[in-house]
Design a protein around this ligand. Structure first.
Ligand code: E4P
Length: 216
């Protein structure tokens, strides 16, 4: 499973990129709005920093408008992936983007049938939302596993991005469930690194080392 970062904040993207584990970035209108910057400028900045897929979401609801918006986003850089919501209009837009060889990420996926439809419309990625399912007492892990199984049975090349990742257990669950990618906020990426026994182990190694040096 690969790691994407879920943010539009350039400092956070730089920090994750410096860790050497980053394969891409996802943004959404909420995340971009928080930054208070020009949307296209920010996407340009991100695509220059991260060579992998950078998802930029359309905000129109009609297929034709989504297509126009998506074409403009795709023209920003070759690594832009156009993020499209899972609606009937969205599916029509995904098919059009697929015919134009523009990569798409179908977002707000909450059941396996939505993922299958998106894949058959030609989506490059589908994004099932783990955390938002947990919020309403449903099983996000089960959804990831179902989609992974269906895609495997039918030889579907669309990749699964586990989204709405809120804590480290979601990351492990996504990997075990067969997600190709997890898109994760920086705070959660950083929390994956740490374990109290690792810190204790380092402290112990260093103090043992210091003791030997003092003895000569
Ligand atoms: C995915 O691409 C979305 O941007 C994101 O993961 C949504 O997460 P949230 O449910 O924490 O807002």
């Amino acid at each position: 499973m690969k790691f994407f970062i879920d943010t539009a904040n350039i400092d956070e993207i730089r920090e994750a990129h410096d860790l050497g584990i980053l394969s891409g970035v996802t943004t959404n209108p909420t995340l971009v709005a928080k930054e208070g910057v020009d949307f296209h400028d920010r996407i340009r900045e991100i695509t220059a920093l991260v060579p992998g897929s950078v998802s930029a979401e359309v905000v129109s609801l009609k297929a034709e408008e989504m297509i126009e918006e998506g074409k403009e986003l795709a023209a920003i850089a070759p690594n832009v992936t156009v993020k499209v919501p899972m609606t009937t209009e969205g599916l029509k837009a995904v098919k059009a983007f697929s015919d134009l060889n523009i990569k798409t990420n179908v977002t707000l996926i909450f059941n396996a049938n939505q993922a299958l439809l998106a894949a058959r419309a030609g989506a490059t990625y589908v994004s099932p939302f783990l955390g938002r399912l947990d919020d309403i007492g449903q099983d996000g892990l089960k959804l990831i596993s179902e989609i992974a199984e269906i895609f495997a049975i039918h030889g579907i090349p669309t990749e699964i991005i586990a989204a709405s990742v809120r804590h480290p257990i979601h990351v492990t669950q996504a990997a075990l469930g067969g997600a190709h990618i997890a898109t994760i906020p920086l705070k959660v990426i950083k929390s994956l690194v740490n374990h109290p026994l690792t810190d204790q182990g380092i402290e112990r190694f260093l103090s043992d080392w210091e003791a030997v040096k003092t003895r000569g």
